[in-house]
Design a protein. Sequence first.
Length: 130
Amino acid sequence: MGVKLYFDTNAAVWISGRETRQYVSRRALEAIASAEQLLISPMAVFEMKALHRKNKIEYTPAEIVMVLQEQLGVEVCSIPFSTIVSGAMSIQWTTDPGDILITANAMVNGNAGLITSDRVIRANYDAAIW
């Protein structure tokens, strides 16, 4: 399979168009257009649930994922959680569990690209795109 690309939580929410649209870079949009497989980590879906419960986003994770699936063919990644956690053990540059697991998910899938506006992730994960 060709180029794999993950969305972090905020990028998934913004790209779905279901919430207030934030700026998404041209580079990120070009990467999305050229990717052969678009994915989202289950951890990003879980973070959406927390954002929704705190009233930070209006739409449910299911609604956002459905839009991403219908419009872009995004799939929720099915790599076993134990594999992701094993990969996460090497990440020392942050203590944020969400950032660690989302990045590790992309890492264990062949160092796949990760669309993220997060500066810490971009500074530490070579395949991060914004």
